[in-house]
Design a protein around this ligand. Structure first.
Ligand SMILES: *Cc1c(COP(=O)(O)O)cnc(C)c1O
Length: 409
């Protein structure tokens, strides 16, 4: 998208606003499909939690993607977007048996990640095929907040507990139709990931009736110049070769599954905010914007870097700014960042704002969540209205139980 397109959107829909470029989502989807085009049965399930607007889910559906969901509500959003239940996988962690049964009854593929629920579900519903989430205990990334495959991670059933799984399967007569892993959000090293895949292949041999193996996600996208990016093409060719030989060993053509979130939507997104105030202190120049971690929490929560451009003055002389929010907390988006000269009233754009940005937003400080706009084939489509005061109050119950202080004293 051009700066002018973004600026026009900020003018038309107000600020702050999230903008998603559909062409980027489509090209990322195509890139991933292409990398695995020599796999006979490939299934890409988009991880809804990255960006869950129904318009985005419809776009994914139109591309042929399924959905990976982590709550009954995400499943409902998917169904509302017109996605078939058979095209949805439910991969929750720590949810109740009731929620799993509720989702399973819709015809959604469930994925169970602990022995207790596996046994309870299998006992009650031996005829429902179930996928199991394994923990291969491989650390694929460096950031413990987003790595979920290590030994003390709460995710998945440990590979050391395969005998327990087999006992439950035998006792209940249930069928395991898929096995799954999701090691975290940061694959830096393809070889490390492939090692985890080997562990999953070995595990798969224990189950005779599989339809698919799902390798989760963790595809890294660049956030700034020089960032390591997962080499999808190299990974695709190595993985394809290995998967196809595995299918021969296994004696059946299985489906190869992935669940990309960030890879598909991160780079499609821009978060536009207006600069309210330039505050010069003795050491720093702050650019205070009309947003905070209520709208974009990744820089504060994960220490993640989002490129910032001044789209009102992209060719201006570069100066150093600390970009901060308007929340009454320390909400620093960027420290001493080189940005072309900012004047009060300018609109700045945060890049890579598609994944885990709007979907992690809140109403903290009683601020409204921003609008969302989808840029599709040269046109801007409003896909979520900015909240209003009514949204803040609609679930609050106005009680009338306090007598006036003046009357009682
Ligand atoms: C969050 C999640 C994903 C997506 O991870 P990305 O890093 O956004 O690609 C995939 N699978 C599961 C089970 C997840 O929880």
């Amino acid at each position: 998208m051009e700066n002018e397109n973004l600026l026009a959107i900020a003018n038309e829909f107000g600020s702050p606003v999230y903008v998603y470029d559909s062409s980027k989502i489509i090209s990322q989807y195509d890139r991933l499909s292409d990398a695995f085009k020599k796999v006979k049965r490939l299934k890409l399930n988009y991880a809804v939690k990255a960006l869950s607007n129904i318009a985005v889910l419809k776009l994914m559906n139109s591309l042929g993607a399924g959905l990976d969901t982590v709550s009954a509500q995400e499943v409902e959003l998917g169904l509302k977007a017109g996605v078939k239940p058979s095209n949805i996988v439910f991969t929750p962690n720590g949810v109740s048996l009731e929620e799993i049964e509720e989702v399973s009854a819709l015809g959604v593929q469930i994925n169970i990640d602990n022995l207790s629920i596996l046994e309870q579900f299998g006992t009650k519903h031996p005829n429902v095929p179930v996928c199991i989430r394994m923990n291969p205990h491989v650390m694929a990334g460096g950031n413990s907040k987003i790595s979920v495959g290590h030994i003390d991670s709460k995710f998945g059933i440990s590979i050391h507990q395969i005998p327990h799984i087999l006992r439950i399967v035998e006792n209940t007569g249930m069928r395991i139709n898929g096995i799954h892993m999701h090691t975290g959000s940061d694959i830096l090293d393809i070889e490390v990931f492939l090692r985890a895949c080997e562990i999953l292949f070995e595990t798969a041999m224990n189950f005779k009736n599989l339809d698919f193996i799902d390798f989760g996600s963790g595809f890294k996208v660049p956030y700034k110049l020089g960032d390591i990016e997962t080499n999808i093409e190299e990974f695709g060719s190595k993985m394809t070769k290995r998967f196809n030989t595995f299918c021969k060993e296994y004696g059946k053509e299985l489906t190869l599954g992935f669940e990309p979130g960030k890879f598909l939507v991160s780079e499609s997104g821009y978060f536009l905010a207006k600069v309210n105030v330039i505050k010069q202190t003795t050491s720093t120049v702050f650019a205070g914007i009309d947003s905070g971690f209520n709208h974009l929490i990744r820089p504060m929560f994960y220490n993640s870097h989002h490129e910032i451009i001044n789209i009102s003055n992209p060719k201006g002389k570069e100066r150093f700014y600390s970009v901060v929010g308007y929340i009454c907390e320390t909400d620093t988006f960027a420290t001493n960042r080189r940005i072309s000269e900012i004047n009060e009233g300018d609109t700045i754009a945060f890049k890579n704002a598609g994944a885990y940005c709007f979907s992690m937003s809140s109403n903290y400080n009683s601020r409204y969540r921003p609008a969302e706009v989808l840029w599709h084939e040269g046109k801007a489509h409003l896909i979520r209205k900015r909240e209003t005061f009514e949204d803040l109050t609609k679930n609050q119950v106005d009680v009338d139980i306090f007598s006036k202080v003046a009357e009682t004293t």
